[in-house]
Design a protein around this ligand. Structure first.
Ligand code: HEM
Length: 296
């Protein structure tokens, strides 16, 4: 988006397409992550928080349907010199990779919405929906243009499931912390134990993707893609700083019932959400440029 608008021949439509892609990632992975949190920690939540998280999941599903459709319309406009309603291009787009990718995302979002509506009895539908959302992103993007395809696609699915777990958990953790008390401490501590493994998997998959797509150390500092990736990794470093501060300073206070500890943790998680949104911006910048210069 910023890279597009700062480029030699800025193209507003391309900039809008990147912004819609960021919204597409953020809403769909948040919906998937909220469903994962409900599966793993919903039974520990207060009834009021369960209801609030269900409402947010359905809002994220609706926003995911809207932003993915708008992103696809932007691809139609880019392919038809600006007309997002060109029916001929729509026909072509719906049977091509971007169209198929969005249709799989929709199937996943609707499965997550049904599971959220039905409740714990529909756990398998929810799990299938989460997997479909992550897998839908392997239909487009750089992982389709490089080899080995199977390793890139697998790494991307693992990466996105872990990213969804992290982004979708922040809001439920914030409202639990605000309530404070031993139940809140149980949720936050249980989540942190799971997160240490899952975030490890996210980073391992990210490094694998980075190495297979870029392939030369020098390119990390000499290309727009490399700089966007380094910006992203730096922002993830800040997120890990928050995680360590929460795990070793604020959560022990919450577990000990220290006055104000829940409110402090909730505010800090609020800032973590801001940094997480910036990570998705960096992803949008990465996917709008090429990992390697022409011919390499
Ligand atoms: C909170 C942490 C993170 C989030 C939310 C996140 C999110 C994402 C998303 C949404 C994509 C999908 C792009 C596509 O459609 O292909 C992606 C791809 C990628 N991520 Fe991450 N990521 C995170 C951490 C990391 C880390 C720590 C690394 C590196 C060590 C990394 C490296 C990559 C790479 C190389 C890609 C492939 C992008 C492409 O297709 O060009 N990510 N990430």
């Amino acid at each position: 988006m910023i890279l597009e608008l700062l480029g030699p021949e800025p193209d507003l439509l391309r900039g809008v397409s990147v912004a819609l892609r960021i919204a597409y990632y953020l809403t769909c992975l948040s919906a998937a992550g909220l469903a994962i949190f409900a599966m793993g920690f919903g039974h520990l939540q207060e009834a009021g928080d369960v209801a609030a998280c269900r409402r947010l999941t359905l809002v994220m599903v609706a926003a995911g349907l809207a932003s993915s459709l708008a992103w696809l319309a932007a691809q139609v406009a880019l392919a038809s010199s600006g007309d997002p309603f060109d029916t001929e291009i729509w026909d072509m787009m719906l049977t091509s990779r971007p169209g198929i990718s969005v249709l799989i995302t929709w199937a996943g979002l609707l499965a997550v919405a049904s599971a959220t509506w039905i409740g714990r009895r529909a756990l398998m539908i929810g799990a299938a929906g989460v997997l479909a959302i992550a897998a839908s992103f392997t239909e487009v993007g750089h992982t389709t243009q490089h080899q080995p395809r199977w390793l890139l696609a697998t790494a991307l699915v693992v990466h996105l499931l872990a990213a969804a777990f992290w982004v979708g958990s922040l809001w439920p953790l914030m409202i639990a912390s605000r309530r404070a008390g031993p139940e809140a401490a149980r949720i936050v501590e249980g989540w942190a134990r799971a997160a240490s493994w899952i975030v490890g998997g996210l980073i391992l998959a990210g490094v694998t993707l980075g190495w297979l797509l870029v392939g030369q150390l020098g390119l990390f500092v000499t290309t727009a893609y490399g700089l966007a990736l380094l910006t992203k990794v730096t922002l993830v470093g800040v997120l890990l700083g928050f995680a360590a501060w929460h795990r070793f300073r604020l959560t022990p206070g919450l577990a000990a019932g220290a006055p104000g500890s829940g409110a402090r943790l909730a505010v800090s998680i609020g800032w973590e959400i801001v940094v997480m949104v910036l990570v998705f911006w960096a992803v949008g910048e990465m996917t709008s440029t090429s990992p390697r210069p022409e011919g390499l």
